[in-house]
Design a protein around this ligand. Structure first.
Ligand code: ATP
Ligand code: MG
Length: 300
């Protein structure tokens, strides 16, 4: 096909659009894992969901979005050279920070305890989301482990993801704080659908009670739909895996929590890829609207 075929006329612009579609990278499924209260298990869920999906053959990236206290790399025993603070400081690219975790998961580490990272401006959070658009790596899923609560970074990263998973436990404070977070995401930031995952659960009935309590209040007072995506049992094997700096699905694949994480991964893989851009800030938005570059020398 010669270059001149692309010049002028409806047919030519149609061909160019078709070519763009052909060359557009596949949309990336983006899942934010968040919570109202800290310490409920976001990082455990993010890490094990990522590794389970990778074990199932997906190409997975895991972003440590907890900019204050980095812990994805600690939980996986990784020693990153670069992290997001170097990207913000212009000392390296986002791609330079990526290190390989278990089953080939691509980990984007945050900084460890650097005060300035916890105090990034809104513009810098947005800059980070946009920086993902520069990545050339083939990818099926991005999992974002956020900080807890209603911090700016949590809001920006959740809004920029297609799926938001809120992790809760039976601790009443965890439920109250989850409601407060969902309220802000819904009322002020246009998020109408939230997945709820009960963690550290001692019996299936407890998981159901946690979900129903949250759903009753949220659906009564907010314009949001909550869906339960199951639960992860309280599991000492998970604690043991954390101490060994391994993912439980990797270190103890037969443990009750590992079985739950694989089921969760299967559920999430069924959500599929997003159908299109929503018109606000989004991770990998170019891969959603299909503006893949034309071959060199060709202009649309
Ligand atoms: N299903 C579980 N069973 C047993 N212990 C668990 C489970 N989930 C999490 N934990 C324990 O809780 C600790 C905190 O979990 P994790 O670091 O994943 O929480 P977090 O929400 O990411 O915390 P932070 O808000 O500080 O980032 C883990 O180190 C682990 O010991
Ligand atoms: Mg964490």
């Amino acid at each position: 096909m010669s270059h001149s075929e692309f010049k002028g006329g409806d047919a030519a612009s149609g061909q160019a659009a078709g070519l763009r579609r052909l060359r557009a990278p596949k949309p990336v499924q983006v899942i934010a894992v968040t919570s109202g209260k800290g310490g409920v298990g976001k990082t455990s869920v993010s890490v094990n969901l990522a590794v389970s999906m990778a074990q199932a053959g997906k190409r997975v990236m895991l972003l440590d979005g907890d900019l204050g206290l980095a812990n994805v790399d600690v939980m996986l025993g990784l020693q990153p050279t670069y992290n997001l603070s170097h990207v913000i400081a212009g000392q390296c690219t986002l791609d330079d920070t990526i290190i390989e975790g278990p089953s080939g998961v691509m980990v984007v580490p945050a900084s460890s305890g650097k005060r300035n990272m916890a105090e990034l401006s809104g513009a810098e959070h947005i800059g980070l989301v946009r920086a993902f658009s520069e990545l050339q790596r083939p990818l099926d899923t991005l999992i974002v482990d956020t900080a807890a609560g209603i911090a700016d970074s949590v809001i920006t990263f959740s809004q920029a993801s297609q799926q938001v998973v809120v992790v809760v436990t039976s601790d009443p404070q965890s439920l109250t704080d989850a409601y407060a977070l969902i309220k802000v995401l819904n009322r002020d930031h246009g998020i109408y659908r939230v997945h709820v995952l009960a963690n550290q659960v001692h019996a299936p009935r407890e998981a159901n009670e946690i979900f129903e309590n949250l759903r009753r209040v949220a659906e009564r007072f907010l314009d949001v739909t909550l869906s339960s995506i199951g639960f992860v049992p309280h599991d000492d094997w998970l604690k043991r895996a954390v101490r060994r700096q391994r993912a439980v699905v990797d270190a103890y694949p037969a443990a009750p929590s590992a079985i739950a994480f694989r089921e969760l991964a299967a559920t999430a893989m069924n959500w599929g890829a997003p159908l299109g851009a929503r018109g606000n800030l989004e991770f990998f938005v170019e891969r959603l609207i299909g503006t893949g570059a034309l071959p060199a020398g060709v202009s649309a």
